[in-house]
Design a protein around this ligand. Structure first.
Ligand code: PHE
Length: 344
């Protein structure tokens, strides 16, 4: 009768109960490794005599073949279990909700500009534009700032060609261009970029203005205050106190700056209004006769009102933005959609 080592059954049992590939490998080393049970049994053959040794040797060979075969089968089965587990883990659950998609939004400056444009378009204004690279005539001279006018100094102008070509310092040159191009009567607004050598918490070297110009027969100061009060109440809050404070611009006469009651502190005085209770938001006035003359319009026949406002400033107040530079940092925390801009 063939010799069968008594440990074969426990070897096969250990193999079939190995639950992972790593465990199976430990079982393999335990039985078949160089220091393993089989090797030791083979070494023990030397102690046997001829016939016994040959029978036991054959038995051990068969046992080793049986163990190797059992390990091979167990490995295959564990490997396919492993594949099944991986497949199960990677399965896509099509019923899960999708990942959030961030919607785009209009830049706060664009929102403010659109609100301003919509308001004035509703009052019959059309949009006009002019070049950002201007000449001295349209930016200064035609606006009643002759070569030696002191107001030029306040503009901190970027010159491309000293004395003649410059980056416009305000949108007012569009008044002159529109008058020369179309002549009166006229009702236009001109939004766009302007440039000044200025940089701090409330000033950037490039910023945006909207110019407004109405030219017709018998345009009055009252028409101007009505138009601007309507706009400010629509853009900010109905019923907000507004004051027209006498001021000076070379291209309007009389001129005024418009202040809003400070709605940050209810006029008690704070950082925004510099303790004055009022916030300056725009400049305006009746068109100076010299501007008409320079634009080829007869000041005896025509009259006009003009105004100019900074879009950054209006947007900072409306959306409570603390630093003008945030408009240009492209920080997504700033650019994420804010509550839909409305008229109030
Ligand atoms: N252009 C002026 C400025 O930049 C604003 C202004 C426009 C004032 C039109 C009066 C009339 O400050």
């Amino acid at each position: 009768m063939a010799f069968e080592p008594e440990f074969l059954d426990s070897a096969l049992a250990a193999i079939s109960s190995a639950g992972t590939l790593a465990e199976l490998d430990r079982v393999r080393v335990h039985w078949l490794g160089r220091q393993g049970i089989l090797s030791e049994a083979f070494r023990q053959l030397a102690t046997l005599s001829g016939a016994e040794r040959s029978a036991a040797g054959q038995g051990l060979n068969r046992a080793r073949d049986a163990i190797e075969e059992a390990i091979r089968k167990r490995r295959e089965s564990l490997e396919s279990d492993d594949v099944q587990r991986q497949l199960a883990r990677k399965r896509v659950d099509v019923t899960l909700p999708g990942r959030g998609v961030l919607p785009g939004a209009l830049h706060p400056l664009t929102q403010a500009r659109l609100l301003i444009e919509n308001h004035f378009q509703g009052s019959g204004f059309t949009i006009a534009t002019g070049p950002e690279i201007e000449d001295d005539f349209h930016n200064f001279t035609a606006l009643n700032m002759g070569p030696d006018h002191p107001a030029r100094a306040a503009h901190d102008t970027f010159y491309l060609d000293p004395g003649s070509i410059l980056l416009r310092t305000h949108t007012s040159p569009v008044q002159v261009r529109a008058l020369r191009r179309w002549g009166p009567p006229l009702r236009i607004m001109a939004p766009g970029r302007v440039y000044r050598r200025d940089s701090d918490l409330t000033h950037t070297p490039m910023f945006h203005q909207v110019e407004g110009l109405v030219v017709d027969r018998e345009i009055s100061w009252a028409e101007m205050t009505g138009l601007l009060s309507d706009f400010l109440h629509a853009f900010f809050t109905e019923g907000l106190k507004i004051r027209f404070r006498p001021s000076y611009f070379p291209f309007t006469e009389p001129s005024a700056e418009v202040d809003l009651e400070c709605f940050f502190c209810a006029q008690k005085g704070c950082r925004v209004c510099k303790q004055s209770g009022w916030i300056e938001v725009l400049g305006c006035g009746l068109v100076h006769p010299e501007v008409f003359r320079q634009s080829g319009v007869d000041p005896g026949e025509w009259s006009g009102l003009a105004f100019g406002m900074g879009i950054e400033r209006l947007a900072m107040l409306k959306y409570r933005i603390g630093d003008i530079r945030w408009f240009y940092d492209n920080d997504l925390r700033f650019l994420t959609p804010r509550p839909a801009a409305s008229g109030s």
